[in-house]
Design a protein around this ligand. Structure first.
Ligand code: GLP
Length: 264
């Protein structure tokens, strides 16, 4: 795990965008896992700018979104389908037939989830997964007590998540289709972004707490290539803060290649 603490959200978001851009440069047909919510918005804005100004080309990229409310038509402004289009996909050149978002309108939920897993497999898996984190420590909509081996399925949302998310978008359904924790852990590289004090407790549990279904993000401790991109506020509850800074300092000195572009 690499824990990188940035002075603020803007710097962290720009660095996340550079990591995504670097992935797309290295492998133009990359498979990207996308997340919705407020957290990755500035990263998407920077990627859109790179597409517009620097010619960052998404024409061979495939995308899979993490989750979608169940029971909202795609065209509903609160659907994650509508949000990811408005905030990212509509502004870059990802081909529409290469974008995937769980079908929150499907009548056959089990089949929709099975098909989603199959589509990820057919694409040879996700190269780089972008994640946010909920205050309950959830990734995707894997609420506390989600199986750490879970696959894409229907999940019932917790009170905290319903409250938090309805503050942003208005009333939301109580269920969603989400990639499972097992699905997420199969991504080759994972970037978890967390900004602001409201995320500090969940971040500390995810990074330093026991691996537990009570905090689904703690399962990321088992992933071999995960990077937490934080701002100072989201890092306030970390006990080993000075160690994370030393890791960056020493790695920069002796093995900067391990940081990729994370420390430029
Ligand atoms: C939702 C999404 C998560 C997201 C989380 C945090 O519950 N399912 O994928 O990470 O909210 O959202 P925000 O970034 O708006 O704080």
């Amino acid at each position: 795990m690499l824990v990188v603490i940035h002075p603020n959200k803007e710097v962290g978001s720009n660095q996340a965008a550079r990591i995504v851009a670097d992935q797309v440069h290295r492998k133009p047909d990359s498979v990207l896992g996308l997340s919705t919510g407020n957290t990755p918005l500035a990263t998407y804005t920077e990627l859109i700018r790179m597409h517009r100004d620097d010619g960052l080309d998404f024409s061979n990229v495939t995308t899979f979104n993490l989750d979608e409310y169940y029971g909202l038509p795609r065209e509903h402004p609160q659907s994650f389908y509508a949000q990811i289009h408005k905030n990212f996909l509509d502004h870059v050149n990802v081909r529409p037939d290469r974008t995937h978002i769980p079908d929150g309108g499907s009548k056959d939920i089990a089949m929709a989830c099975f098909d989603y897993e199959a589509a990820i497999r057919d694409a040879d898996g996700i190269d780089l997964q972008i994640l946010g984190i909920g205050r309950t420590g959830h990734i995707g909509f894997n609420e506390p007590t989600s199986s750490l081996a879970s696959r894409t399925r229907l999940k019932t949302l917790s009170d905290e998540t319903i409250n938090d998310n309805s503050k942003i978008t208005g009333d939301i359904p109580q269920v969603a289709i989400t990639m499972g924790i097992g699905t997420i852990l199969e991504a080759k590289q994972i970037l978890l972004l967390a900004f602001g004090e409201a995320k500090a407790k969940a971040v500390a549990k995810a990074i330093e707490g026991p691996i537990s279904s009570s905090c689904s993000a703690s399962a990321l401790q088992m992933h071999r290539d995960v990077r937490f991109i934080l701002d100072e506020e989201a890092a306030t509850e970390l006990r080993h803060r000075s160690y994370y800074d030393r890791v960056i300092e020493q790695t920069t000195k002796y093995a900067p290649e391990l940081l990729g572009i994370a420390n430029d």
